[in-house]
Design a protein around this ligand. Structure first.
Ligand SMILES: [Zn+2]
Length: 220
């Protein structure tokens, strides 16, 4: 019950903020949406795209799935994800796509350390097959490293896989080549509270917003 009350009170605050205090914004949104950005993030409750980016309604077109994956463009690709990408790119003509990965991703843990499930379905492992090529490579190349290091490497590598897979959609590739669409790979390090971005030039994830200085111990 407590959570439900929190959500209802939250809606009241949202109503106040946007329907009363920002009437102009919602008046324009009633006419339609024109988001500049498609963000593909994880379902993880700790990684909320709007909260993390300080976005307002209408700013982000969001697709969330386990481990923020983009399947390659094939006839058998998950239409749930592909249709959202198609709509954002072809109809809304977004200017950028951000793949937002994160630390401690349960989906990545599932593909790196698969467990047999004792229930009627296994949709998680079925979906995570999209990331299997990078998981295999990480397991092979970093076999001597700890599982935490392997998971971290797979979290980053899966963002790059999704960026590569985006380019298999022909209409998306055309817009990138025409300079109309930019692709970004971001990583939220929720352990350190930092945001990293992939630099193609440096082949590395570099800090976009670094972590805060060490918190002072109030008792000290
Ligand atoms: Zn995740």
């Amino acid at each position: 019950m407590e959570d439900i009350e929190k959500f209802i009170n939250g809606f009241s605050r949202f109503q106040q903020q946007y329907f009363q205090d920002s009437q102009a914004l919602f008046d324009s949104l009633r006419e339609g949406q024109r988001p500049s950005t498609l963000l593909i993030g994880c379902c993880d409750s700790r990684v909320d795209p709007m909260l993390l980016t300080g976005s307002d309604p209408g700013d982000l077109f969001v697709v969330r799935n386990i481990a923020n994956l983009v399947p390659a463009c094939t006839p058998t690709a998950s239409a749930g994800v592909s249709s959202a990408i198609e709509f954002a790119v072809c109809e809304l003509e977004v200017e950028r796509i951000i793949i937002l990965g994160h630390a401690r991703c349960g989906g990545i843990r599932a593909v790196m350390s698969p467990r047999k499930v004792e229930r009627e379905t296994d949709f998680v492992n079925q979906w995570m097959r999209v990331a299997e090529p990078v998981a295999e490579r990480v397991r092979r190349d970093l076999a001597h490293r700890s599982s935490a290091e392997q998971h971290h490497a797979c979290e980053l590598a899966s963002i790059l896989l999704s960026l590569d897979n985006l380019m298999t959609y022909p209409w998306l590739k055309r817009r990138v080549e025409q300079g109309l669409l930019k692709l970004h790979g971001w990583y939220f390090d929720l352990e350190k509270g930092a945001l990293m971005a992939y630099s193609a030039r440096q082949h590395a994830f570099l800090p976009l917003v670094g972590s805060l200085p060490e918190r002072q111990d109030a008792a000290a």
